[in-house]
Design a protein around this ligand. Structure first.
Ligand code: NAI
Length: 234
């Protein structure tokens, strides 16, 4: 069976491709089995039609950081997983799993659940700076994944998110620019280091596997304990 990994050309997605091995097929805007610009819904629908059934999982890993344009961030981080999942749903077998890579920064989004629902259901995002759009895109992604878990439970398809803290990938420099170098460095100080891409890929691979068969509709924080340290020690 086949697992589709978006963002497969770099960072966490590339590590996940390696971790899954022969069952994995990659999708990215370059250097991938399926080349597609995830900011373009028409391209997503077209590429989805060319992906063969059956699939046993989708890992939505591709993402844009807060240094990008707000509209593009919402398109790639939120709308693309929604459009791609909808298009591929008929090709997913019972027992499949869908994972979306979110971020611990989703916790910083102060939008109410009703506002997130309105955005998910097609509402326009207000004009905002990239860092805020990033937090919003990931908070809405978590909410969408939870809603999908409820909607798809009858089809035996599980849906979960993984929220990493800082990970040593090419976009870490963008996060330093949009979130602040000090805050990113403080996270590593508290837990000893940043995550390696494989630290996150292993969590995604577990959630995709049957070993995680009773985990559904949840967000798994993978930050090496950073938020626990902050909650306990301040
Ligand atoms: P990365 O930059 O190494 O990989 C992201 C991949 O997404 C790239 O291969 C890129 O080509 C692809 N991508 C971006 N826009 C695309 C588009 N329009 N169409 C198709 N593909 C596109 O970054 P990384 O760190 O591996 O990021 C993976 C996910 O992890 C993202 O969703 C990111 O938000 C999330 N994340 C990363 C953290 C970090 O510190 N690196 C922390 C928390 C979450």
């Amino acid at each position: 069976m086949t697992i589709l990994v978006t963002g497969s050309a770099s960072g966490i997605g590339a590590a996940l491709m390696e971790r899954i091995g022969r069952e994995a097929v990659g999708l990215d805007r370059h250097s991938a089995d399926f080349v597609c610009d995830l900011s373009n819904p028409a391209e997503i629908t077209a590429v989805a039609a060319s992906i063969k059934a059956p699939l046993s999982g989708i890992a939505h890993v591709a993402g844009l950081p807060g240094t990008a344009d707000a509209e593009a961030i919402v398109a790639v981080n939120l709308r693309a997983p929604m459009v791609l999942t909808k298009a591929l749903l008929p090709k997913l077998s019972p027992g499949s799993a869908i994972i979306a890579v979110s971020s611990v920064t989703a916790l910083r989004c102060d939008w109410a659940m009703e506002q997130l629902d309105a955005l998910i259901d097609g509402g326009a995002a207000p004009v905002m700076e990239g860092a805020r759009a990033y937090e919003l895109s990931k908070a809405a992604l978590n909410r969408w994944a939870m809603r999908q878990a409820v909607e798809l439970r009858g089809q035996q398809i599980r849906v979960n998110t993984v929220s990493p803290g800082p990970v040593e990938t090419p976009i870490l420099a963008d996060f330093e620019a949009s979130i602040g170098k000090d805050r990113i460095a403080a996270a590593a100080q508290k837990v000893g280091r940043h995550a390696a891409p494989a630290d996150i890929a292993d969590v995604i691979a577990f959630l995709l596997s049957d070993n995680a068969r009773w985990i559904n509709g949840t967000d798994v924080k993978a930050d090496g304990g950073y938020h626990a340290v902050r909650a306990v020690e301040g």
